[in-house]
Design a protein around this ligand. Sequence first.
Ligand code: IPD
Ligand code: CA
Ligand code: CA
Length: 285
Amino acid sequence: MAQTLGKAEGAVYTRRLDPQESPMPGSANLNIMLKAARKAGRSLVKDFREVENLQVSMKGAGDFVSRADIAAQAILKEELLGARPTYGWLAEEEKEIDGEDPTRRWIVDPLDGTTNFLHGLPHWAISIALEHKGQIISGVVYDAAKDEMFFAEKGEGAWMNDQRIRVSGRSRMIEALFATGLPFAGRGDLPEVLQDLARISPVCAGVRRWGSAALDMAYVAAGRYEGYWERRLNAWDIAAGVIIMREAGGFAEPIDPEGNLIEDGAVICGNSNLFDAFARIIRKG
Ligand code: IPD
Ligand code: CA
Ligand code: CA
């Protein structure tokens, strides 16, 4: 048995229901988010194909990507606020808008992984979260170049296209793969990250730096690697990833155990077996 969650050109996302599972439709809000992500995804994929032709002029390519980013954000705003005009709006490329309904807000990164996009690397995503009374209740991370739609709603599990996803079951540090973010020009946290790497690299199977925080979290949720940590992020980088991680059976916490994950922008997440050992290493820093 399958339920249609929504249609886009050339794609229909369904949730395959286990015969034991009670039919639970994706909420109206989730369908709005999926539709918005696909629409913005089509616009970004079109622009992504152009980027390679522009590599000769760095300035030209940079401006083009900014325009692609802003165009994607405009599509998302029209779809999300168009459908729910009373919600608040927090998106990377513009000033926050308070909603008439103070309890709900969209948190959006129209293009996470901008540097990859600019360099023609197909590893970037659209990230959309819905917050209600300070809690993230739905999240969508869409890797449009690979057509991988990661999504979750509170209490409904986490999904990648029509497949239910779960964090990996690996429980030995030495077999575990991790990801992080490395500071780039203008960011001053390199010494901190180098200390993290000095502690974790010798005891694990490797550390990756992919360049999209939203996809890093989705990949831990899908069991592709065991954990991810990064500091100095923004709410829009991680909000959708948090619910996808948790619904996939993993942990997503602030690096400072007393902190607030969305406000601090310093996240550590991992599968349930390894989280404690992993967090001990990172939190020592
Ligand atoms: C960036 C990516 C990257 C992370 C940066 C973020 P952007 O987002 O998520 O992986 O290391 O800190 O700012 O700028 O591509 O939206
Ligand atoms: Ca981002
Ligand atoms: Ca961005």
